[in-house]
Design a protein around this ligand. Structure first.
Ligand code: NI
Length: 182
């Protein structure tokens, strides 16, 4: 039986705390939580299930959004219609990034932010992330464009940062000459 996750809302102060590195081996609870997140995010992106379970579509989630201050992020990326790739990174670190920045043209969303927030969030166009898979194997991932944005968004959660913190309050929108909109 599928049960939607209880995701903390932005008003919850836990979301503003810094998460701690996780030690291996992962606990059974952590592994189960990872599986639940993958299922939730996958279902949320499939219309039939999103409707059935009343899920807001989302491609990423970080452990602190469930009230657990652990450095684990999960991304379920639809790389082709109906085809998903899962990324689970424990103790992720962005070790390098492009000079170039991009922003999602329609702005970012977050499963912890239940309102529309207008504005462009500047992000690196490409990032390289290292970390560990759930079995403790070292991994390196290179991401670009929207996937790069997603990784930066999720890593921010581990440091208590929400996407709208990065929107310039005085000038929330960029034009194409200032930043590449994707
Ligand atoms: Ni988020």
């Amino acid at each position: 039986m599928f049960k939607p996750l209880n995701i903390l809302d932005e008003k919850n102060k836990t979301l503003r705390k810094k998460s701690k590195d996780v030690e291996f081996p992962l606990s059974k609870k952590d592994k189960d939580t990872i599986d639940q997140i993958i299922k939730h995010l996958t279902y949320s992106q499939i219309e039939k299930y999103a409707e059935k379970y009343n899920l807001r579509p989302g491609m990423g989630l970080a452990f602190p959004q469930l009230g657990m201050l652990k450095r684990i992020i999960v991304i379920v990326y639809e790389y082709e219609d109906g085809k998903f790739k899962n990324y689970v990174i424990v103790n992720p670190k962005i070790i390098s990034h492009s000079e170039e920045k991009v922003a999602l043209e329609t702005g970012e969303g977050c499963l912890s932010v239940n309102r529309e927030v207008e504005g462009h969030v500047p992000r690196y166009a490409r990032v390289t992330i290292t970390g560990y898979d759930p079995d403790g194997e070292k991994i390196t991932i290179r991401a670009r464009e929207d996937l790069s944005v997603a990784f930066q968004h999720e890593v921010d959660h581990l440091d208590g940062i929400l996407f709208f913190d990065r929107i310039d309050k005085k000038k929330p929108f960029y034009n194409e000459n200032e930043i590449r909109l994707i």
